[in-house]
Write a protein that binds this ligand. Structure first.
Ligand SMILES: N[C@@H](CCC(=O)N[C@@H](CS)C(=O)NCC(=O)O)C(=O)O
Length: 336
């Protein structure tokens, strides 16, 4: 685990001491956009134009942030026009790698063995953390964007004319509600499990676990009444929650000590998790072996012997009861 300083790899764990025992996630730095014709992004971001076979997605199947992008790629029908490289599940001294014998797909586009090389190819003096997911532009040979929440929005619209897929996971009438949900779920659930798991101070850990379960309790109430987080439509807010829920009982409960309750103990949340998992496009993006090998095998400070627990025995294919609530699937944008 490490980061780049002026283009040089430095092997270093997160500095929680400088933050009173708190894990602070660094903001992603490569934030350009993709639009159908290269016009600026929704907030004026510098953009490149969409193209068939122009982009390549680098992910870890273990990583919940990369997982969001992978699900969007699949739901938006981008699999044919955008290839994927999968890292080794282990993130150790050299960060993410493309070691074939550890279960990586390798990197047919750039032939790199270390994920950080994609960053130094983009900027030889790059300084910052080296994260997945990454969207690579094959035309200008650089990373376009390394922030999963941006990639979800880019995939939601940029390629619609090429694919004819007009599913909309961020529909205009639901945006305020989605933004509100995202803010809470990001801070207290998606990032909350990391803040609990990487805390090196008892009080800091307790604060984050408490906040996490307060929000899970609240979401349990919400999902008892709503089919999906924002109502009748499945939106990006659901995808963002799903990638944490699907890792919860196998990893976060034990490895990150988020163990007040399991997702299995929540009737609505566990049924909701199973419904989402049973969407075929979603199920095919879930790789529990990579997930478990990554977390239990990449954090020697938390699990020094890297033993991967055998359990729990989960059956996400068993029936769910979500049909009791009205649902309309994914919103469809109308095009003339
Ligand atoms: N803001 C980023 C965060 C991604 C992220 O932190 N990914 C983790 C893997 S789950 C990573 O690559 N961490 C490497 C590091 O922090 O050095 C996003 O959502 O895309």
């Amino acid at each position: 685990m490490g980061l780049l300083v002026e283009g040089q790899w430095v092997d270093r764990w997160y500095d929680t001491k400088g933050n009173n025992g708190e894990f602070v996630r660094e903001s992603a730095k490569l934030r350009d956009w993709v639009t159908p014709d290269g016009d600026p992004g929704p907030e004026g971001q510098k953009s490149v134009s969409a193209g068939s076979n122009r982009f390549h997605l680098y992910v870890s199947l273990a990583c919940p942030w990369a997982h969001r992008a992978l699900i969007m790629r699949r739901l938006k029908g981008l699999s044919e026009l955008m290839g994927v490289s999968i890292t080794s599940p282990y993130m150790l001294d050299e960060g993410w790698t493309y070691e074939l014998d550890e279960g990586s797909s390798g990197d047919p586009v750039n032939g790199v063995r270390r994920h950080y090389q994609l960053y130094t190819l983009t900027d030889p003096h790059y300084t910052g953390r080296v994260t997945v997911p990454v969207l690579w532009d094959k035309k200008i040979s650089r990373i376009v964007n390394n922030e999963s929440s941006d990639l979800m929005r880019i995939f939601n619209t940029a390629f619609d004319e090429l694919t004819g897929n007009h599913l909309d996971l961020y529909p205009v009438p639901l945006r305020d509600e989605i933004d509100r949900l995202n803010a809470e779920v990001y801070d207290r659930v998606n990032n909350g499990v990391y803040k609990a798991g990487f805390a090196t101070d008892q009080k800091v850990y307790e604060t984050h676990v408490t906040a996490l379960f307060e929000t899970l309790d609240r979401l349990e109430g919400l999902l008892d009444e709503r089919r999906y987080l924002a109502g009748e439509y499945l939106t990006e807010a659901d995808i963002r929650l799903f990638t944490t829920l699907v890792r919860f009982d196998s990893v976060y409960y034990s490895h990150f000590k988020c163990n007040l309750r399991r997702i299995e103990d929540y009737p609505a949340l566990s049924n909701y998790l199973r419904e989402l998992y049973q969407w075929p496009e979603i199920a095919e993006t879930v790789n529990m072996a990579h997930i478990k090998r990554h977390y239990y095998g990449s954090h020697p400070g938390i699990n020094p012997n890297a033993i991967v627990p055998l359990g729990p025995e989960l059956d996400l294919d068993r029936p769910h009861d979500r049909e009791r609530l009205p649902g309309k699937g994914i919103w469809q944008s109308h095009h003339d």
